[in-house]
Design a protein. Sequence first.
Lengths: 335, 200
Amino acid sequence: MTDPPDPEATPEHVRNVEKTLTAALKTRPLKKESLERIHAAVEAEWLAAIGAPKHRSVRPRFVRWALYGIAASLLAVLIAFRVTAPSVQGANFGSISRLAAVGLDVRSGFFQHRAVRVGDALRVGDQFTAPGAMLITFDRGGSLRVATGSRLSIATATRLSLENGLIYVDVPESVPNPLRVSTTVGDIEHIGTEFEVMSDGQGVRIRVREGRIRFTGKTTTLAAGEGTELLAMPGGGVTQRSVDSYGRDWLWLAELAPDYEIEGRPLIDFLQWASRELGRHLDFADARSRQIAEHTILHGSVRGQLPVDALSHVLTTTSLAYEIRNETIWVHTGT
Amino acid sequence: MYEADRALVARMCAGEQPAFNEFFNALAPRLVAFLARRSRLDPASLEDVVQCALIKAVRNLAQYRGEAALLTWLTEICRHELADVHRKAARQPVHVSLDETAVKAALQLQLRAPEHQEPVAELQSASQLASIVRVLDDLPEPYAQVLEAKYGDGMSVEEMAQQLGLTAISVQSLLARAREAFRKLWTARMLGADPVRLRS
């Protein structure tokens, strides 16, 4: 049972092993509420497995009646809470169109907790931390892309809070009620735009890719247009600078781009979608290439392709070609 | 062997609430840590896997015969649950772009929350953690358990002694042997030597 002594084992070796193991094996424990949820679920199964009556202890009658009374009161309070707030809880916010994780754990208030997957709706009152990159689409039009680890809570059908993380809002101008994003340092509202918000729980970075947004902070209200970055700090200070609407900083959005259905659509519509997704302007070399784009009707599908791949694949089936020139996608005839 | 574990399970089967609480409080956090070391699941998925494993365990308590430690029995259930999760994830369709190398590399950097939530250091240490866990998994079960309990779960020698039904001196001796076995196998792996599986 005892290993033979090893001449190589020195106190320094032991310290090194201890250091290696301690550094590698420490893990972050689950939150208390997560363990409580597991406890409740497992306990319920255990009681069912052993037969609950065995578990019931004998208590004096008055204690039992007191417990029944407390339980009834709690139930009444819970029902009253649910009845007084039916219009807010449960209103539809959007649907999950893509999720790079097995499922999403969503909490609603103190009592509700559910697992949702692709195709399921998110509702007003929901709070969640994105376990993987996700795309949420709105019934009224537009979409929201969420980076892994972002913490969000949905306050109303048109308002959400970003506690931490990175999101990208894309809502067309035609949508009547703009989406409002609340952060620790202020609110962002827009009229028809694409913008990105990143929060580290204290400061916030906003990048406007298209259209205009209005930022309302503790001491400042200011508007920002396409190609602008705002940095809002906890103390109320806001700095502003220009940013490109294309390039590496926006690449995280490509994999979350909503699918574009090309079947039966004019080529020019597809080109406009692709250029918008890539953050670039669409330009034609001449009137003839524009005319071809307007009159070409597409067939097939580019589902699941990144916008840049879709652009390349679609144009190879036409007589048009493209070049990317800084902020412009330049479409021309010939090769 | 494992009389304490058998007795605990027997009390649970008899419907004793304190036994259930003891079982849950002692083992659930350690299962969470066990899985966290062997996967890169997010907290919500980790919660799901541990919950499923514990539910399966309490449904099948009668099958536990005390031939291995209760923790070992539970970790085996966890391993199966984790394998299921990976199998399901592998069945998800994956779209592969034709000229994606650069895009993908950039996305791996970009598609995540701010750096303090997902630090680069964490990604870099992931492969080392995987190697260490592989070494632990190849050690005899009691060695791996005491090392994880001591250096991962932060248990004291006295706590381990109580849980294993041993004296503190025996646990210290076991720990020393476990550290040495780990050191030998880890060194062999680092030097690229043929790994020796110590676990049968």
